[in-house]
Write a protein that binds this ligand. Structure first.
Ligand code: SF4
Length: 66
């Protein structure tokens, strides 16, 4: 993980590859639940987590300017 990018401890273990994938969209419900929506056309919209292997995984560019 790039220095300066912080995530709650344990997320890497509970979410897996989706956490760093360009296809993921993080959806937060009105009650505060967090879902990882996969936008890759060949994968399920809500894959069982953690995703440890995925043929559609594409690492996201974490070099944003913030
Ligand atoms: S393509 Fe795979 S790793 Fe990426 S968000 Fe979808 S299920 Fe997760």
């Amino acid at each position: 993980m790039r220095e300066g990018v912080s995530r709650p401890p344990g997320l890497e273990r509970t979410v897996g590859l989706c956490l760093r994938c360009t296809h993921v969209r993080v959806v937060t419900s009105a009650k505060g639940s967090v879902f990882y929506l996969c936008r890759a056309p060949t994968r399920p919209k809500y894959p069982p987590l953690p995703v440890l292997e995925c043929p559609a995984y594409a690492p996201a560019d974490e070099t944003d300017a913030s």
